[in-house]
Structure formats: structure tokens, C-alpha cells
Design a protein around this ligand. Structure first.
Ligand SMILES: [Zn+2]
Length: 846
């Protein structure tokens, strides 16, 4: 089936022609006998809408399997020419219209539209919807674009024991034969992409705060693991903070948060009916970093109730208006109103790292993007849209001040409630509140791509005092724009190392003198962009780098430590530091790092570096050192601590040598005991997966573990482990399942892809370079957007060799490739080329 791809031009035409008043939707989710339906569900929609130019024509979006009735103003509509990619053609419109579309729609297994899942534990059927970017049309007939808002009235017919959640509150229920009809209240005006339905025998917990009804839902088989109290606590902190900060009360009926199976993203901001990744219901021990990220996600979706749902971008060019604001506002709230007071450290560590990486790819783009059609936005939920946008907002707040920023938000929500906006509306509000002209700022930060580098340059006299000090700015790559930055410089000295001076200033152009620092003694460490106000890659001078390498753990604040770690990671990625030197630096300093989130990021980065950036001849030595460190730290970490858990997971994934594999195996079978370390379900899978990758465990152990954990998560872990087996047959089977088998649901597809590549298996993986380029055009044409992206990104040839780059270049040289697919291949090619440069750099250090 060809996937519809609405263009901006068509959306503009339709928005100029129509005003949509209401959708009235009735869905029958049963098989007719009171049991859950199987492949299809019946969807009857009544749409009321006005038309500016009577007699004109338009179309309404729907992906249907068949029709029972389609009528416009009482007259039948011809659907014999219907094709999902074009929707239903509507001709001879009246000034006021009533359209009825009664159709059969199809459940999906890709997380797009109305997703259907069967719990392997109890056989229960669970449904949830996911409509962003443009999949509401998979559940009901609609004008599926963000600037055609309407009220939404839903009724469902479903099994009696199901919980049904949607945007509105439930008004009443009634028996209809062997099933139940649920009537939902009519909603406020909203875009189709934030309407929602969650249905099934979900477990429900209720609470109430400040007059808002709260609900939390998960599958019945996960109920024992759900910590609803902690989720409600963050939810309440969020509402109090946002009500105060935005000066506008929550606009929708009630607030339900549903943890749903096989979800593609972290969460989705359906108005009053949030869906979240079910992995956030923790069934095994996780570190506090996971709780912190979950809270960030909860607050991000809540911020969307204002940015996105109450006020919505007109078209997807301004997706960043939604995502950057939600990302920024979530961290602002998290740091101010929750127990995660160091949330800006995590922001520096996670979001900024993501943004810097994305901004250095050849596909980078301005934050305010040019999105000609829906397919273009579906590859644009990226590090620029979320993380760079939020970083730039942080820089804007440093520039205009937080009170002016929040004042602007207050009037923005008031002026545009239940409407749609563009960047100009936002800048207008900010200019009014701050009294500044922001056109220059917007041109520099929102309308151009690329990032700047910053480094200090200074001279000192015989007494060791600065005689000159400047911040140098550059703009590497093709986007050679120098920008205006508001930033701080921190000077660190003494024992323990602490900040002895902070200077905040405006930086512009290639060189900015800092007269404040002249005459100051040169400290042990100079940190440009201290407090992380601006968005730039920072370099350290030689002495500061040496100090950081030796003494980073002495700095009490987590944020400057994270910034220093980030600077060394950037140097490594840019081949200015050899991978083995970076690994040595991390292994030396990580023991004194107290922030568990930073520790986990560093361990991930060092594994990435060893797997992809290290000279292949030296990489096994590096992994050996890493596993030694993991084994040692596992025993010295505080029993039961988050650090201990992180080290155990690292040992599982980095063990290569027989001694380490024996420890991993012993932890799994219980013959090795580490006090305080719980070998729970997910830890067992982590240990087993590490053994499988190295051929130290095989089919029998995987199947035994799958029997022991017969849950959906267990099935996915088993799929990952099977794909990870180091045999040609296992790789061939995983490849077939991931790329060819439409019956494999999205989450299993991802699990298989995750297992397919492993740094120790390059010989087995080499044949798949040619196979990859032979199939991706077909995958892109045939599979849904989510699955196609998973395959194209996740199976990009992992073997770091020139032949991979050559194969990508040959594919890219062919004509008529879809632009979005081209973009993803270009990103993979660039990443491989970077790995090659780093391998050369690392070999030179050997
Ligand atoms: Zn979001």
C-alpha cells in the first residue's frame, strides 16, 4: 500500500478553503459478539465543515479497507476510484457541509494509527493510537493537518471489561448486546494528530490534583511493577509549576497517562490522554537516571498541553515550536520543581550531545526548517528539532532574561489559545516583552544551520597573570556563520578545584577580548561556556585539559564536570584526541564521577569509541581494559548502588576475554555472587546477551531464558539475543525477519535490529553491506514510515571500512532517490567516514 504524503501546498489550499467544526466518530472494536475484533474495526465519522467557495472540490483523508457508506449532504459520494494515498474526493461542496464516512479500517502492528497488541502472558488484546505526524486518517476520516482544528466527539463499542481512554472524559456508558458503548464528552477544538484512543483491559490508578482528574494506566500483567505514586508526584509538581510559569490554566478535561505496549517513541502528547513507552514501567532495577528521564518525559508531554495542543504550529516547518519548547520547559520545571535539581547537567550531557552530533551531519538544517511534505517531517524528529532548538532557547533566555521570556509565553498562550501559529507570532510576543529586536537573533540562530567552536586564547606574564585574554570563535564546515553568543567563562583553581571567578559577556565575531580577566592569575583550569548558557563546541587550552584529566572529580558541581567531559568527547569525535587517550582519560576519571547519568553516558561513549573509532588492531586491548575496569569497579562499588548496576551492565556488554566471560556466566548461573547486586529479569537478559554475542551461550540458554520470562519484554530480549548469535545462519534469519517479514511488529523489529550488529562480529556482517544497498529502495517504498526508518538507520552497514563509504557513494550517485531516504543514507555515510578518520588518528597514537 502506498503511504499518503500530504504536501504543504495541498494543506495550505485546503486550509484556505475549509473551516472544520466537528468530528463525531463511532468505532466498533468488537467482533460483533462482544469479543475484541481481529484485523479490522468499523469507523463511522460525521464531519461538519464550512467551505469558502461553494461548488469547489477538496478531499478528506482516510486509509480504509472498504466502505459501508459515504455521503455528502445526503448524497452518495463515488468511491470506486478511492486510493488511500489520495483520500476521498469531495466535489460540489456547499457553504455548510455534513459528510458521513462509514468504513472498515485496519489495525496496525507498526505503532502508526490504531495499534493492536496481544499480551503473551494472558492473551489480552490492547489497543492504542498514535497519530503524529498524519495517521489519524488510519482511525477515522479527517482533514489530517494541524491547522484544521475541530471539536472531537467519540463513541466506542468495546468488550465489557475494557477500559477506554480518550481526550475527553467519559459521559456515560450503555449496554449494546454483548458489548458496551462508551460516550465521551465533546472536546475543545484540537488538531487531528492529538486526538487519541487507548483501549483494552488496562490496569487503572486514579488521583486528583488542583481540580484536575488524574489517571495512570498500564497493561494488567505489568500492574505489580507500576509505581503510580511517583508518577503522580511528578505530574502534580509539573501542573503547579506550569500553571505559575505560563499564567494559563490547563485547558483540557482531565489528565490520563497511559503506558502502552510497542510504542515507537518515548511518549506522545495527545490532549489529556498521554501515551508513554511501556518500558517506563520498570520491572527490574534501573538507575536513578532512568527515573530522571521518565520524569523529563512526563514533564515534556505536559508542557505540550500548552506548546503544541493549546497553541499549535500551522504546518510542520514549525515542529520545533512544539518540540524545542516542550524540551526546554520540561528541564526548566524539572530543575526548579522536582528532586532532580541537576537536570541542566543531564540536559548538557544528553540533549546537547545529541544536538552537536546532528548539527555536524551533512543533513543538518536550520531549526526553523523547510518541510514541503509529511515524509520530510517524519525524518525530522531529530537532534536539531528537539535538542538544538531547546539549547538555543536556553541561549535566548540568557539574552532576554527569564522574566521577559515567561511574560512573552503568557501573552502568547492568551492571544493564540486553540489556534495555530508560526515563528513570527512567537518572535512578536518575545519582542514585545523584552523590548528587543529579535530579527537578527532569529536569522542567526533559527534560520541557519551549523554550530560554532569556542576556545580561549591568552598570554601570561612572568608572574603568571593574564596579559591578554580573548574568546576565539570559529564556524567549521560549510555553514561558516559566526554568531552572537551570551556566555560565561569560569576560572577554576585551588585544592579541591573550585570556581574562583565567573565572567559573563557577549561574544561576537571571530575574536572577543575579555578585559575583565587581564591581571588575574592564570588558574589551573579555564572553562569557556561555563554554566552552559550558549550552544557551541568548546575546546580547552592545554593546561586546562591536563588539569581536567587529572582532577575533574574535585569539582563539586556536576554541570562543569559534564561540560569538561563533553569537551573531551567532542575532541575525540573530531579526531583531535586519539580514542585510546580518550578511553584512558575516562577510565582514570570516571571513578570520581558521582552523577550516575554522566557515568552511564561516559560508558556508552567509550564503548562507541572502542567499537567504531579505535584502530581495529588495538580495539580488543581497549575492550579488555574496559572490562577489567568494569570487573574491578563492580566489586568496589557500594553494594546495591546505581554505580554497581552500571558496572555490571558494562561488564556484560564489554566482556571478551575468557576470564571476564566466566564472571558474566557465573553471575547468570549464581555461582558468582556480588553483594548487593540483584540478578533480576532484565539483568539476566543483559548477561546472557553478552555471552551470546561472544559465542559463550547459544540457542538452549536463550530458549530456557525465554521460557522463564514469557512476557512481551522477554520475547523481545530473546529476539535480540537470537539476532546476536555469531553465526551466518543467525544473521541471515535476523536479516530476513527485520527486512522482509511484515508480521513482525515494530518493537520486535527494533529488538532484532538491535541484536544484529556487534563490534566483535565484523566478518559475519561484511556481506550485508551490499545486501543493504540492494534492498533499501524497496523497503522504503513498501514498508510504513516507522519500520522503513528503523531498517534504514538501524541496519546501515556497521563495518567501518572504506568499502562501506564507497558503496554508499555509489548508491547516492544514482538518480531519483526519495529525498528522505537519501538523507538517512547520507547520514550513515558521514558517520562511517568519521569513524575511518578516527581510526587513522588512533592508529597514529599507537
Ligand atoms: Zn514532544
Amino acid at each position: 500500500m502506498a503511504v499518503p504524503n500530504l504536501t504543504r501546498a495541498d494543506a495550505q489550499t485546503r486550509a484556505a478553503l475549509l473551516q472544520v467544526s466537528s468530528y463525531d466518530v463511532e468505532l466498533d472494536l468488537t467482533d460483533g459478539g462482544g469479543k475484541p475484533g481481529d484485523r479490522i474495526f468499523r469507523s463511522r465519522t460525521t464531519v461538519r465543515f464550512g467551505c469558502q467557495r461553494p461548488t469547489a472540490s477538496t478531499f478528506i483523508d482516510l486509509i480504509a479497507d472498504g466502505f459501508h457508506e459515504v455521503s455528502l449532504n445526503g448524497e452518495p459520494v463515488e468511491v470506486s476510484e478511492y486510493a488511500p494515498e489520495r483520500g476521498i474526493a469531495l466535489t460540489n461542496l456547499a457553504a455548510e457541509n455534513t459528510l458521513v464516512v462509514d468504513a472498515d479500517c485496519i489495525y496496525t502492528n507498526t505503532g502508526e494509527g490504531l495499534h493492536r497488541f496481544i499480551d503473551p502472558v494472558d492473551g489480552s488484546v490492547y489497543l492504542y493510537s498514535q497519530f503524529e505526524t498524519a495517521d489519524a486518517k488510519r482511525m477515522y476520516a479527517c482533514f489530517d493537518q494541524p491547522d484544521l482544528k475541530a471539536t472531537f466527539t467519540l463513541r466506542t463499542i468495546a468488550p465489557d471489561d475494557w477500559k477506554i481512554v480518550s481526550n475527553g472524559r467519559i459521559e456515560r456508558t450503555e449496554e449494546v448486546g454483548p458489548a458496551t458503548r462508551t460516550h465521551f464528552a465533546t472536546t475543545m477544538r484540537m488538531s487531528p494528530y492529538i486526538t487519541a484512543l487507548v483501549a483494552g483491559p488496562y490496569h487503572e490508578v486514579r488521583d486528583r490534583h488542583d481540580g484536575i482528574e488524574l489517571g495512570v494506566y498500564c497493561r494488567a500483567s505489568l500492574a505489580e511493577h507500576m509505581d503510580a505514586e511517583e508518577i503522580f508526584a511528578v505530574t502534580k509538581q509539573g501542573f503547579d509549576f506550569f500553571h505559575e510559569a505560563f499564567g494559563y490554566r490547563y485547558a483540557f478535561d482531565k489528565y490520563d497517562q497511559c503506558f502502552v505496549p510497542e510504542f515507537n517513541a518515548g511518549a506522545m502528547e495527545n490532549a489529556g490522554c498521554i501515551t508513554l513507552l511501556e518500558d517506563y514501567v520498570f520491572r527490574s532495577k534501573v538507575t536513578d537516571a532512568s527515573y530522571e528521564r521518565r520524569a523529563e518525559t512526563i514533564l515534556h508531554e505536559m508542557a505540550h498541553m500548552w506548546f503544541g495542543d493549546l497553541v499549535t504550529m500551522r504546518w510542520w516547518d514549525d515542529l520545533w515550536l512544539n518540540e524545542s519548547f516542550a524540551t526546554y520547559a520540561a528541564v526548566l520545571c524539572q530543575a526548579a520543581a522536582t528532586r532532580w535539581t541537576e537536570a541542566w547537567t543531564t540536559f548538557a550531557n544528553v540533549e546537547k550531545t545529541w544536538a552537536y552530533r546532528q548539527d555536524q551531519l551533512p543533513s543538518t538544517h536550520p531549526i526553523a526548517a523547510d518541510i514541503p511534505d509529511v515524509q520530510a517531517v517524519e525524518v525530522n524528529f531529530d537532534g536539531i528539532t528537539y535538542a538544538k532548538g531547546a539549547s538555543v532557547l536556553k541561549q535566548l533566555v540568557a539574552y532576554v532574561g527569564q522574566p521577559a521570556f515567561l511574560d512573552a509565553m503568557k501573552s502568547y498562550f492568551r492571544d493564540h489559545e486553540f489556534g495555530n501559529t508560526t515563528l513570527a507570532d512567537l518572535l512578536g510576543a518575545l519582542e514585545k516583552s523584552s523590548g528587543r529586536d529579535l530579527s537578527h537573533w532569529s536569522a542567526q540562530w533559527l534560520e541557519t544551520a551549523g554550530l560554532n567552536g569556542m576556545r580561549p586564547e591568552f598570554t601570561v606574564d612572568d608572574d603568571g597573570r593574564f596579559t591578554s585574554f580573548a574568546v576565539l570563535q570559529d564556524a567549521p564546515g560549510e555553514h561558516n556563520m559566526l554568531r552572537d553568543h551570551r556566555l560565561a567563562i569560569g576560572l577554576y583553581a585551588g585544592t579541591p578545584l573550585r570556581r574562583v571567578q565567573r565572567t559573563e559577556l557577549d561574544v561576537a565575531g571571530a575574536r572577543t577580548d575579555v578585559p575583565d580577566l587581564i591581571g588575574q592569575p592564570q588558574p589551573e583550569l579555564v572553562l569557556v561556556n561555563d554554566d552552559d548558557l550558549t550552544y557551541a563546541k568548546v575546546r580547552l587550552d592545554e593546561q586546562s585539559l591536563a588539569t581536567a584529566a587529572e582532577r575533574i572529580g574535585e569539582i563539586a558541581d556536576s554541570l562543569p564536570r559534564a561540560l569538561l567531559w563533553s569537551a573531551t568527547w567532542d575532541m575525540t569525535r573530531d579526531a583531535e584526541m586519539a580514542t585510546r587517550d580518550y578511553a584512558a582519560l575516562v577510565l582514570h576519571g570516571i571513578g570520581s564521577e558521582t552523577s550516575i547519568g554522566v557515568v552511564q553516558s561516559l560508558l556508552l561513549q567509550v564503548q562507541t569509541a572502542l567499537g567504531s573509532y579505535a584502530d581495529p588492531a588495538w580495539a580488543p586491548t581497549g575492550f579488555g581494559q574496559l572490562a577489567d575496569m568494569a570487573a574491578e569497579s563492580l566489586r568496589t562499588a557500594a553494594p546495591g548502588s546505581d554505580h554497581q548496576l552500571a558496572w555490571a551492565r558494562l561488564l556484560a556488554s564489554s566482556a571478551r576475554a575468557p576470564a571476564h566471560l566466566a564472571t558474566v556466566s557465573g553471575l547468570l548461573d549464581g555461582t558468582v555472587d556480588v553483594p548487593g547486586l540483584r540478578i533480576d529479569t532484565d539483568m539476566r537478559w543483559a548477561l546472557l546477551s553478552g555471552l551470546v554475542a561472544m559465542g559463550a551461550a547459544g540457542d538452549a540458554q536463550i530458549e530456557a531464558e525465554a521460557d522463564r520470562d514469557p512476557t512481551a519484554a522477554g520475547q523481545r530480549h530473546a529476539a535480540t539475543s537470537r539476532a546476536r548469535r555469531p553465526t551466518a545462519e543467525a544473521k541471515a534469519e535476523a536479516w530476513r525477519l527485520a527486512t522482509e517479514d511484515d508480521t513482525v511488529p515494530n518493537a520486535t523489529n527494533i529488538a532484532i535490529i538491535r541484536g544484529f550488529s556487534h563490534p566483535a562480529q565484523r566478518d559475519l556482517l561484511r556481506p550485508y553491506t551490499a545486501k543493504y544497498f540492494a534492498i533499501i529502495d524497496d523497503v522504503w517504498a513498501r514498508r510504513s514510515s516507522e519500520i522503513a526508518q528503523n531498517v534504514v538507520v538501524g541496519l546501515f552497514p556497521p563495518v567501518v571500512e572504506q568499502s562501506t563509504v564507497d558503496a554508499a557513494d555509489a548508491w547516492l550517485a544514482e538518480e531519483d532517490k526519495p529525498p528522505s531516504l537519501r538523507r538517512l543514507v547520507l547520514e550513515g555515510r558521514d558517520t562511517t567516514a568519521r569513524c575511518l578518520r578516527n581510526q587513522v588518528r588512533d592508529a597514529a597514537a599507537g
